[in-house]
Design a protein around this ligand. Sequence first.
Ligand SMILES: [Zn+2]
Length: 149
Amino acid sequence: MPRGTPSFSITTMPTVTVTRRLRFNAAHRLHNPALSDQENADLFEKCNNPNWHGHNYVLEVAVEGPIDERTGYVIDLSVLKSIVQHEVIDRVDHRNLNVDVEFMRGVNPTAENIVVACWRVLERHVAPGRLRRLRLWETENNYVEYERG
Ligand SMILES: [Zn+2]
């Protein structure tokens, strides 16, 4: 093996997952128009408040891929931060998820639905890495995850 060549061959290049955490604040109202007002109030409780309310969300974006031989990175985490900032955070931060966000149009903004919408927005932007997992914290105690199957 020539001097200076990494000790991994292409076929054994390890796949690694790297994660960036970003935060945003947004308002929402959970409401299913197929249900009565009382059913919505019983189901969604304070998240059904007619005049909205807010959450301090935390979004963790995990990208997997081989380690790039030149950089030693899967993806530069500052690049990943810029992608998520531009594609998601700038579009949701201090917005109303029910009415202000194009990629949430017509979606009941539960954490589950938000995380799937974010996946669809981000998926094509992290190449040559691949989106591995999104974790969205809605409160200090509650988070949802969406993963590559
Ligand atoms: Zn809520």
